[in-house]
Design a protein around this ligand. Structure first.
Ligand code: NI
Length: 398
């Protein structure tokens, strides 16, 4: 029985190979930025309605879900999430499926995510007898910095049908096509940023005693910030404090009124994250004061860390092994990039995983967010299969 079941999921996903490429290329030609995914959402909606799913639109603006309810189930649902937005990047020319919109590009693979989840919806509709719980196909807007995931969660996407577990899959061009990466615990970083204005008193460069020099204060601030990770964070906890901008002054002989700096903070643990924010503010204020200046500090909260639950990561690993074989599944180290699927994972147990989509022989090696970014489309059926297996796994007769 197990073999039949296995073959059926694989076969149904493979049957959609051409459709997946067609959908992905259509979306790739028509990229839309966050919260502007009107065409994409309309295409998704029409597919979901053709499948006779219960459709809810207008969640976080352009977000929508399709619900597949097996007969007589009162189990909590499994939510599978794809993001739909593109980036403000000009794609390299010469691709027949290249972006038709100036300065817009699917440079992170979200076109593939949307296509793969539509494929999984088709597969699962044909296997609804094997499901004992509802499946929510969640199409999210605005992952790239605008927090569409947060808005979907705030607008109740986990309660329209009570959701018990959440899964998300990201294509990853830096891994060979067909590898699946999944790990329990912290996987991707929390990101916050800060802006500071160091306020002094300007004057003549030859009369520093008549001024309060914000440049010297800012230089001391940059150095002081480097002690946060080395002196206040547990050395076995990863953290990053980077000053990314520092601006001050206009001439050789003028002490300016102020200096401005910005920076990014990365962490994987909530307490570390809180320490970074607190210490950045304290050190900037105290160091500026020590130099006779004043610091005005603003901390901007970004995405929380992606934390996979142990149980969901185990389920995902088993599903991945069935999809691509044990040798193609691995546990990656955490990476310091961020993802707003973390907002789903803060509310429900679940896992976020990567599906390798690079291919050196085909020249597909460019990193995400680059104008040359591409994916090996042969992985699309595996993505649909993987997503379908995540929903089916509990029922899988093994
Ligand atoms: Ni992405």
């Amino acid at each position: 029985m197990a073999a039949d079941f296995d073959t059926r999921v694989r076969g149904l996903a493979d049957d959609r190979r051409e459709a997946l490429v067609r959908w992905r290329r259509d979306l790739h030609r028509h990229p839309e930025l966050g919260f502007e995914e009107h065409r994409t959402a309309a295409i998704v909606e029409s597919h979901l309605r053709e499948l006779d799913l219960e459709v809810h639109t207008g969640i976080a603006g352009t977000g929508l879900i399709g619900v597949l309810r097996p007969a007589g189930s009162d189990e909590p649902a499994v939510l599978l999430r794809a993001d739909m937005d593109a980036l403000p990047i000009q794609e390299v020319s010469g691709r027949d499926y290249g972006s038709t919109i100036e300065g817009r590009m699917h440079a992170c693979g979200h076109d593939g995510h949307t296509a793969m989840l539509l494929g999984a919806a088709e597969v699962l509709c044909e296997m609804r007898d094997a499901l004992s719980r509802p499946v929510v196909f969640c199409f999210q807007p605005a992952e790239e910095g605008l927090g569409g995931g947060r808005r979907m969660v705030e607008e109740g996407v986990l309660d329209i049908v009570p959701v018990g577990a959440v899964y998300g899959l990201h294509l990853w061009s830096l891994e060979p096509a067909g590898r699946i990466l999944v790990r329990p615990g912290a996987f991707m970083a929390a990101v916050d940023s800060f802006q500071a204005r160091i306020v002094g008193r300007g004057g003549h460069g030859a009369l520093p005693h008549e001024s309060r020099d914000p440049i010297v204060a800012a230089a001391q601030c940059v150095t002081a910030l480097q002690t946060i990770v080395s002196r206040t964070i547990d050395p076995v906890q990863p953290a990053v404090v980077t000053v990314g901008e520092l601006h001050a002054g206009t001439a050789t002989n003028i002490i300016p009124d102020d200096a401005r700096m910005t920076g990014t903070l990365r962490s994987f643990d909530d307490r570390v994250r809180q320490t970074l924010r607190t210490r950045v503010r304290e050190l900037l204020e105290a160091t500026a004061a020590g130099a006779g200046c004043r610091a005005e500090v603003t901390i901007h909260e970004g995405y929380p860390a992606v934390i996979n639950s142990t149980e969901a990561a185990r389920i995902a690993r088993e599903a991945a092994t069935m999809t691509v074989g044990e040798d193609s599944v691995s546990e990656p180290p955490p990476i310091a990039a961020s993802e707003d699927f973390s907002y789903f994972l803060r509310e429900r147990p679940g896992a976020f995983l990567f599906l390798g989509a690079g291919n050196e022989e085909l020249g597909i090696t460019a990193p995400h967010h680059s104008p040359e970014f591409d994916i090996d489309e042969s992985v699309l059926p595996r993505g649909s299969e993987m997503l379908a297996r995540l929903a089916l796994h509990a029922e899988c007769p093994r």
